[in-house]
Design a protein around this ligand. Structure first.
Ligand SMILES: [Zn+2]
Length: 487
């Protein structure tokens, strides 16, 4: 069965090169597993990170995590000139470590991009203390065990292990551990690429914040690699009115006017679109699905696409989000008193914009949809600042999967999970990859972390990671860092 998946996946155009390598290397060499000492070091780093509160709150500090990591690298013998602890705020210091090539490299560096902050977690909501690294039933519990201190620890441990073993890459490898991916005013990825590009400039980025291996009842079904992502944008809708006494209602009413706009939004669907990544994704998925779903997936890939098939698939929120820009009301407020006509009503509409469109373009579409000159549609930045217009920047259309990433990625994934198909995907969430994509540096998301599809607990309560998944990702990154380092 797994062999069939791989063979079928190979007939998809962008996979020809990849599969050629995967199959030609079928005589597998044994993947070098981490030793007990390597594992112990990785877990110690993981524990230290989980037990450091890196939330964007008064109690939290990113620097409290990056400062001890800086010491680990210096103690291991990395020169101070290659270890940079920098940031625009004393609590938000990013750590950028450069693992030097032997001699003068011909290729640009490879950057591993890892955010080290986490979203808030309240002890009262959890079974365990979210800032304690708790081992239970083959899992580690704690905030960040899935998102993404698991990968932070795996990559720090990988860099230290390679250095200890005296590994000499042909090109520089860079590890950036950054602040405020989850929110906050000092996004480290954006700050680094825009103000210290020389430290993070790279041929491409590997971002383990997305992508990974899906498990269904313990069985790996697919290895997903994020090759593009939607753009996150919030819009603030406001209606105002002169108000008055509620005993004397009039037809004009700020709340009703806002509701009318929201009802239009509820009934609206953005146009169906595909790009190179989602095409490949659905072509691969069609081979695993059966019946009507498989037929529909093939039908949307036809030219022109079958819109009835697209409508049927769109009933799944997950497929729907792959097909189009989505905008949805997420917050609502209004009115001043129980016995007064409202003078203001406001809603937040959250949009996930398909690559190739800008937030301003979507804002204009919303204005056209509402067609109410009294209703304002403003843009709300990540930092919460409200402005009359939105950025014109578009997420770039995805680059094709490149061999120097996908060849080793596919090969090593196959060594860990034999026969598992690898597919590029479009991420519906947003990650720091966007800042690098906008700077012209392609970014691929892959964690090599295997999770049950119904046990994704990132941002949720009782976040946990299977221990076995951590060991596998550790083996993956060790082999992968060497493969790209030798490229
Ligand atoms: Zn994350």
């Amino acid at each position: 069965m797994p062999t069939m998946h791989k063979k079928l996946a190979c007939s998809t155009l962008p996979f020809i090169a990849i599969c050629f390598f995967a199959l030609s290397l079928a005589a597998q060499d044994e993947l070098p597993h981490a030793s007990a000492a390597d594992r112990a070091e990785a877990v110690a780093i993981f524990k230290q990170l989980i037990e450091t509160n890196t939330t964007d709150t008064p109690e939290g500090s990113v620097s409290a995590a990056t400062e001890p990591l800086e010491m680990r690298f210096l103690d291991a013998g990395f020169p101070q000139s290659d270890v940079h602890l920098i940031g625009p705020d004393p609590k938000k210091l990013n750590l950028v470590v450069r693992y030097r090539a032997a001699g003068k490299p011909d290729e640009k560096p490879v950057l591993f991009l890892c955010h080290i902050d986490v979203v808030q977690a309240l002890k009262s909501d959890w079974t365990t203390d979210p800032f304690k690294f708790v081992e239970k039933d083959g899992y580690w519990y704690g905030r960040g065990t899935q998102d993404m201190k698991d990968s932070d620890a795996a990559l720090v441990a990988t860099f230290l292990r390679l250095h200890r073993e005296g590994y000499k890459p042909k090109r520089d490898l860079i590890l950036a551990l950054t602040a405020d991916e989850e929110g906050g005013k000092f996004n480290g990825a954006s700050w680094l690429v825009n103000t210290h590009r020389e430290l993070v400039d790279a041929a491409y980025v590997i971002n383990p914040d997305s992508g990974g291996v899906d498990l269904e009842d313990g069985r790996p079904t697919v290895a997903a690699v994020e090759a593009t992502e939607k753009v996150y944008s919030d819009f603030q809708l406001t209606t105002t009115d002169r108000g008055g006494h509620s005993s004397l209602p009039r037809p004009d009413n700020a709340i009703y006017e806002l509701m009318a706009a929201l009802e239009k939004l509820q009934g609206y669907t953005f146009p169906f679109e595909l790009n190179e990544v989602t095409r490949t994704y659905f072509a691969n998925l069609a081979r695993r699905e059966t019946g009507q779903t498989a037929d529909d997936m093939r039908a949307i890939l036809a030219n022109p696409p079958d819109m009835a098939a697209a409508a049927r698939l769109s009933e799944s929120p997950s497929y729907n989000s792959n097909f189009r820009t989505t905008c949805v009301a997420t917050r609502l407020s209004g009115g001043d008193a129980n016995n007064a006509l409202p003078q203001i009503a406001q809603a937040i509409v959250n949009c996930r914009i398909f690559p190739g469109h800008s937030p301003e373009e979507i804002r204009q579409q919303l204005i056209g949809l509402f067609s109410d000159p009294k209703l304002s549609v403003k843009y709300v930045s990540d930092a919460g600042e409200v402005s009359d217009t939105a950025p014109e920047r578009k997420a770039i259309s995805p680059p094709p999967p490149i061999a120097e990433v996908f060849e080793p990625l596919t090969k090593i994934t196959d060594e860990i999970w034999p026969g598992l198909p690898v597919t590029p995907i479009m991420e519906n969430g947003a990650s720091d990859s966007i800042y690098f994509a906008q700077a012209g540096i392609p970014s691929y998301g892959y964690s090599a972390i295997a999770l049950e599809v119904d046990d994704v607990r990132a941002h949720g309560r009782d976040e946990r990671l299977p221990e076995d998944s951590f060991w596998k990702s550790l083996d993956f990154f060790y082999a992968f860092a060497k493969a790209v380092g030798d490229w």
